[in-house]
Write a protein that binds this ligand. Structure first.
Ligand SMILES: [Fe+2]
Length: 199
């Protein structure tokens, strides 16, 4: 089945992604696939989400081959690193590929996280951070967290993202704040304190 997903996605991946971005997407797909199996989720959907999650990354509002609303153009101005995730699903839906259930939702939230994330969405969110070639110093620790508690790993990823954005003096998209508050609420403050050591 993975082979069929690769065959279906390959023309789009080769057309729109650079070789390095394509290789990253394949690593995210494999990482998400293994996490989904570990958590008894739809591994095929996780794999496809990994393959497609960055498909809109090479574009800007003026080059994306799909019309977008003014509000999404505003996102490009304020949060350029987030934009590709928010425009990706509607565009991918117009392409010659059939997204499996939950895939477009997972892609939409994969950069910011959000409140009320499905398990599949969390799998992609975490896999994008822990794929084996990511250079983050806490990558391995979060990969281990993801084996024991998916929400702990989600909290560690969103906390790390916020920490990094603060350090670099960049604005934080409201969805990212929503995600942090939502996962903290799910886990309770005492648990989140222990995760701080990983962030
Ligand atoms: Fe990615």
């Amino acid at each position: 089945m993975i082979h069929a997903l690769d065959l279906e996605a390959q023309p789009l991946l080769s057309r729109y992604l650079s070789p390095s971005r394509l290789a990253h997407s394949q690593r995210v797909a494999h990482t998400a696939y293994e996490l989904a199996i570990h958590w008894n989720l739809d591994s095929q959907a996780a794999y496809q989400a990994g393959l497609l999650h960055d498909l809109a990354k090479p574009f800007s509002p003026s080059t994306l081959p799909h019309s977008i609303s003014d509000s999404l153009t505003d996102v490009w101005e304020s949060y350029p690193a987030v934009w590709h995730a928010l425009v990706g699903p509607a565009w991918i839906n117009s392409l010659p590929i059939t997204p499996l259930e939950g895939v477009l939702e997972a892609i939409y939230w994969h950069t910011t996280g959000g409140d009320c994330m499905s398990c599949l969405t969390q799998v992609l969110f975490v896999a994008d951070y822990i794929e084996p070639q990511r250079p983050f110093g806490n990558r391995q620790m979060i990969a281990e967290l993801a084996q024991s508690n998916l929400q702990h790993a989600t909290l560690a990823v969103v906390g790390s993202s916020i920490h990094d954005l603060l350090r670099r003096g960049l604005p934080i998209h409201p969805f990212t704040i929503d995600c942090y508050n939502w996962v903290c609420g799910q886990l309770g403050v005492s648990v989140s304190k222990s995760i701080i050591e990983v962030i």
